[in-house]
Design a protein around this ligand. Structure first.
Ligand SMILES: Nc1ncnc2c1ncn2[C@@H]1O[C@H](COP(=O)(O)OP(=O)(O)OP(=O)(O)O)[C@@H](O)[C@H]1O
Length: 297
């Protein structure tokens, strides 16, 4: 019998997972997994629990929560030589990562995917000494993701981000940066830069439309210096997936990116605060094996 460890965040999304645990355990047991659970207690605990599960030789680790929980679990697994396979039960607010691997919808569907057993090796990103699954980036516009309070997300879901975004628009200031990417150089002011591993970012599924999860490359997007009207125009284009040819956008693939600035620039990693520039982003090719739907494997 294989051993699985569920690491779940009891505060994620609308806090619904806990009452599904008995059913989930039964289904995993029937599929041949001896399963135990760990409820996270706060920031960083999922990383600790995932590291412990890897050390103890669990075959599978299942992250039940939002993107923050998946990120923490991946950070716990990434440095191990032999890494457990990763299952995802998306019960967060936006669930970008689950959306990217077509595993979003319901808890039942997510468990189906794990018990069916199809897997895929996917890339993850490394920013300085932290790992990410969806996206990292910097610039004032990225700061809104961690300025949205958790309680507001519980009540409003994704709408909370839009409200905060509109509220922040007048305060957005471009930042001077120097970016080296795969032998090229960009120097100038940017409103934001994004290093995307998946194509589903902040619920905008068309933001990085060419992102592939297993090609060893990031989708790299720079929004050059933009005023409020530009940002609103580009946000509308992003919803339609028509922003890539805009004159203020640079969009390319790269697997190693280095960003520096003379100013204090905050970084964002999978929707959370990630420290300050400078930063180096490296794509780790097919580093984690995850459960995916059959037609995605
Ligand atoms: N018991 C806990 N109490 C408070 N916070 C917790 C607890 N356990 C984990 N956390 C923190 O909650 C953060 C956010 O969780 P998570 O991403 O799972 O849900 P979410 O914010 O609702 O969803 P999403 O990231 O998809 O928007 C995590 O980064 C984690 O550090």
């Amino acid at each position: 019998m294989q051993r699985a460890r569920i690491i779940y965040n009891p505060t994620a999304g609308r806090e619904l997972f806990k009452k599904h645990i008995p059913d989930v355990l039964i289904r995993l047991e029937e599929a041949g997994y001896e399963t135990s659970c760990h409820a996270t207690k706060g920031h960083g605990d999922a990383t600790y629990a995932a590291r412990l599960a890897a050390e103890r030789g669990f075959d599978v680790v299942i992250a039940a929560g939002g993107d923050g929980t998946i990120n923490e679990v991946v950070n716990g697994l990434a440095e191990h030589e032999v890494r457990p396979k990763l299952g995802i039960i998306p019960v967060g607010t936006t669930n970008d990562f689950a959306r990217a691997i077509k595993a979003h919808g319901s808890i039942d569907k997510a468990v189906d995917i794990i018990v069916e057993g199809h897997t895929k090796k996917i890339d993850i990103g490394k920013m300085n000494d932290q790992y990410f699954i969806n996206i990292a980036g910097g610039g004032r516009l990225t700061e809104l993701t961690y300025e949205v309070p958790s309680k507001l997300k519980t009540v409003l879901g994704q709408l909370a981000y839009y409200i905060k975004g509109v509220e922040m628009l007048p305060t957005l200031k471009p930042t001077p940066v120097r970016i080296e990417y795969d032998g090229k150089l960009f120097e100038g002011e940017v409103t934001l830069f994004l290093v995307a591993n998946t194509n589903s970012v902040g619920g905008f599924e068309r933001l990085a439309p060419k992102a592939e999860l297993d090609d060893g490359m990031f989708d790299f997007l720079i929004l050059k210096k933009a005023n409020m009207a530009d940002i609103l125009r580009i946000a509308t284009l992003v919803l339609r997936g028509e922003h890539l040819n805009d004159e203020l956008i640079i969009y390319t693939k790269a697997n190693r990116i280095k960003v520096t600035s003379d100013e204090k620039v905050q970084l964002n990693i999978d929707g959370e605060y990630g420290g300050l520039l400078p930063a180096e982003f490296v794509n780790l090719y097919q580093h984690i094996e995850i459960f995916v739907p059959k037609d995605y494997a």
